[in-house]
Design a protein. Structure first.
Length: 161
């Protein structure tokens, strides 16, 4: 669960690495009520958790609920699964809730243990949401990290290219 400490550094990694020193004054350390994990999050952001069958999902949103960051840690996955099959099943489940979700880019490593997927939600010909999800398998565990934001200010909100 130590990976949860770096949740926001993964999302803002490019920006943070470009700086010589990270300014932690804009962040606060959050520890879950049961003490299972702790993360640095921007001050004022909301944290929630959801128990999964074999793991836990942690999500963080900004105060206006425009930017959504999620991390799902699975303690044990089926041996036959790789990151491509995990991404496919996850996206199929997401499309059940958001039928107009569209995959605009997908890349995977040669060993199929890491997959990155960019998504968009389009309604009435307008891009409403942009996001990116990373599926990382280190058997028997898996980690899914993602973020979404309104398309019109996606780059500004997530501080990415």
């Amino acid at each position: 669960m130590k990976l949860l400490l770096v949740l926001f550094f993964l999302v803002w990694g490019q920006n943070a690495l470009a700086q010589s020193q990270i300014n932690f004054s804009d962040f606060e350390y959050y520890v879950s009520s049961e003490g299972a994990f702790g993360i640095y999050k921007p001050k004022g952001w909301k944290v929630g958790t959801q128990k999964q069958i074999n793991g836990r999902m942690i999500y963080v949103t900004d105060p206006q609920e425009q930017l959504y960051v999620t991390l799902t840690y699975l303690e044990r996955i089926e041996q036959r699964l790789d990151s491509v099959s995990l991404a496919k099943s996850t996206l199929q489940n997401m499309k059940k809730r958001v039928p107009d979700l569209k995959v605009v880019e997908a890349r995977t490593s040669k060993d199929r243990m890491k997959t990155v997927v960019a998504i968009e939600r389009i309604e009435g010909g307008q891009k409403l949401i942009k996001g990116k999800y990373t599926f990382d398998i280190t058997k028997p565990q898996a980690l899914v990290m993602g973020y979404e934001a309104p398309a019109k200010n996606f780059i500004k909100l997530c501080k990415c290219n």
